[in-house]
Structure formats: C-alpha cells, structure tokens
Design a protein. Structure first.
Lengths: 205, 205
DNA sequence: GTCTATATTCCGATAGAC
DNA sequence: GTCTATCGGAATATAGAC
C-alpha cells in the first residue's frame, strides 16, 4: 500500500498549528497554505472549502481520540492515572488536535462541540468502569479538564504559575480521595455539607 | 454624576455575546455594531479600533473579577465553596466576560492570556490563604477550571451529559478530601504513588 | 495534483455631513 | 456623538494552464 499523500497531512498540521498560535481569526486559507508549503489552489484541491478543512481536523481528532482510548483502557497505571497524567501534557498529536478544535468553538456551529463532547463522554465511560465511585470518576474528569484548561492558558514564554500543580501532586491527592472513599464503604454516599476553607472555624448560624 | 454613556456598554455587551455565540472569526465590527444597535462609525467613535474593543472587554473583565474577589473572600460558605459553586455557572456578567475572553485566546497575542492568568492567580491567592494545604488549594483550582471548561463545551440545547457533576457532589468530595488531609496531619505531605482505577487489583510488575 | 490568476464579497478604518 | 459613504486590502472560492 503506498503511503497516503503527505500534502493533506501537512495542511492539517499547519491548520492546527496556526489555530493554536494565532487563533481562528488569523488562520486564513492563505496562511494555512503558506505554512504548509503549498499554494492556495493546492490546499483547496484536498479540502474544497474552509468547512471541509475543519471537518478534516475533526475526523483526525476522532481517530486520535479512539486510539488514545485503547491506551487508556490498557494502561498499567490504570485509566484514572493515565487520564490525569496525559491531561497535563499539550504535546502529543492528540493534544494538538484538541487544542486546535477548542479554537473553533462557537455556539452557532455545533459540530465541533459535538465531537469534543463525544470524546469527553468516551473518556468518562472508561473512567466510570475503572473507578468504583461514579462521583469520583466525575471529579477526575473535572481535574483532567482543569489541567487541560491550564494548558490552553499557558503560553510558551510564561513560566509555571504558583497555581499550577504538577502531575504527581494531583495523582497523590486523587489516590487519597479514592482510598478515603473505599474506607468509608460504598453504601455511604451522602454527607452533610460543611463550609470549606475555614480551618477549624465553625460557620455563623 | 450623570450616568455613563450607555452606548459603550451596549457595544461591549454585543461584543461578548457575539464572541460566545459565533466565535472570534464571525465577530466583525459590522456584526457587533448591528447587534448593539449602532452604526459602525458610532462604534468606532467609542472604540477606535478592533484592538481597542478587545482592550475594553479585558478592562471590564478585570473590574468584574476584582469585585468577585471581594465576594469570594467574605463568603460565609468559605472561599473554596464559593469558588467551586460559582465556577459551575456561566450566567453572571463575570462569566460572560470570561467566556468571551476565552474566545480571543491565541499565543501570538499575549494580552488576553495575561489578563486571564492574572485573574487565575488572584483566585489562587485567596484559596491558598483559606485552605490549609497548598496542594488542596491547587486541586480546587483545577476542579473550578474543569467546571468552567465544561461550561465552554456545553451548548444551550444539549442536555447535561453523564459526565457532568452537580455542584453539591463536588463540594462533598472536596470537603471529604480536606477532612482526610486534616486528619492525617500537616506534616505528612508525601505519600508513595499507587496505581488508581484498579479497585483492589495490584498492577502487573 | 499543483500551480497562477482572477472574480466577488467582506473587513477594518477614515472622511466628513449633521 | 452618531451617522453614511467610501477607500484599500484581505478573505473565500473558482477557472483554467501545466
């Protein structure tokens, strides 16, 4: 089987890179073609319109996400740790596709949102079957989302902020929560709410 | 003191709404002017350029964030619970500003990212002084970010997904973690890592 | 398949009337 | 302060040569 035409992939690479670096607004067909090293006509041969280019990115994203799900399910560290650890990175091809798709989010164009939500839902299903407590599974999803959001905020030049946790710290805390829940037993799921962030001080009644 | 000119605020409102609904690409000066009910010339009187319009949005965002910090510090439920609870909403004026600014993120334009990172840092400082354990404070930041990211993903028509937790559930889990940490004492901060997501099963060696 | 050249529409910004 | 009219340039997309 001959290798697939490289031009298509180069165009998608450039499209993603420009979306992340310069945003959707400046990511014009001209700019993508130039960054990919092809002419605009050449680009439009592979992707007949801007919309088709977006669809190509979303299809690539789904393919990469499906492959990632397989790795997640079979990770020796467990799906939860795998999910948290990989959420911290913004380097893998899947991360780049996710970041790029995020730049295309808009309410009036549901396609991108649907794909991202679908990937999200798949992750949750794996977490849900791997972690005993559904609430903990959902919390892990939130933490992963939060780490991913931090990746969208951080630029190349800005150093790590004080609020940026490292992966080991997060894994440790989640592990502690999982063990705490296991100890309290599966039957007890509803605890009375208590104010947080006021060490040892009782809230006013 | 006469009320400040309403046109400026109406323009900023329309700018935010369009950024959220239709993305940065379709949020042109024409579209903003039309949505705000003014002419393009009228818009450009208040904001002399597209860049000035963005700066106006960021200034509004900082003002709203500063006001929110005051509420956060004095919340009777405590800063941590306040932070988590308000992160779930995407309805307040501050939420709209945050969502809109997110649509403007791009690496080559550091200004938006700096403002968002600054707001983030302020939140962390309050959490840090309210929660005993810095690692827990950082985890709460992540959870809030994750809830906010979920808000950027969810559209108006799509129902809540299975992976979407409610606020009470999250508050309960964080509360449990805080109490678990308090019980184990402040001195013990480093625990050996252990695989997660594999209930009671030991990982292969 | 890939290119250049071009058609058409639209964007940001300016000029100037009121 | 708000408007209309318009300029110069850039965007998407098409046509057609090679």
């Amino acid at each position: 089987m001959p290798p697939p035409p490289a031009a298509r992939e180069k165009v998608l690479d450039a499209f993603q890179r420009l979306l992340i670096e310069r945003g959707a607004r400046e990511t014009t067909l001209d700019a993508v073609a130039k960054a990919a090293g092809v002419s605009k006509g050449g680009l439009l041969y592979h992707f007949g319109s801007r919309e088709a280019l977006i669809e190509g990115l979303l299809i690539r994203l789904k393919t990469q996400a499906d492959a990632d799900l397989v790795s997640m399910k079979s990770a020796t560290e467990g799906p939860a740790a795998y999910y948290i650890r990989t959420s911290a990175s913004a380097q893998t091809p899947l991360d780049l596709s996710l970041l790029a798709a995020t730049r295309l989010l808009q309410r009036s164009h549901p396609r991108t949102r649907e794909v991202l939500a679908g990937v999200h839902e798949q992750w949750y299903k794996v977490l849900r079957s791997a972690v005993g407590d559904p609430a903990v599974a959902r919390l892990i999803m939130l933490i992963g989302d939060g780490m991913y959001y931090g990746a969208t905020l951080s630029g190349a030049e800005s150093g790590p902020s004080a609020a940026a946790p490292d992966v080991g710290e997060v894994l440790e805390l989640v592990d502690e929560l999982v063990r705490s829940r296991e100890a309290s037993g599966p039957g007890q799921m509803t605890l009375p709410a208590r104010p947080m962030g006021q060490n040892r001080a009782e809230p006013p009644v």
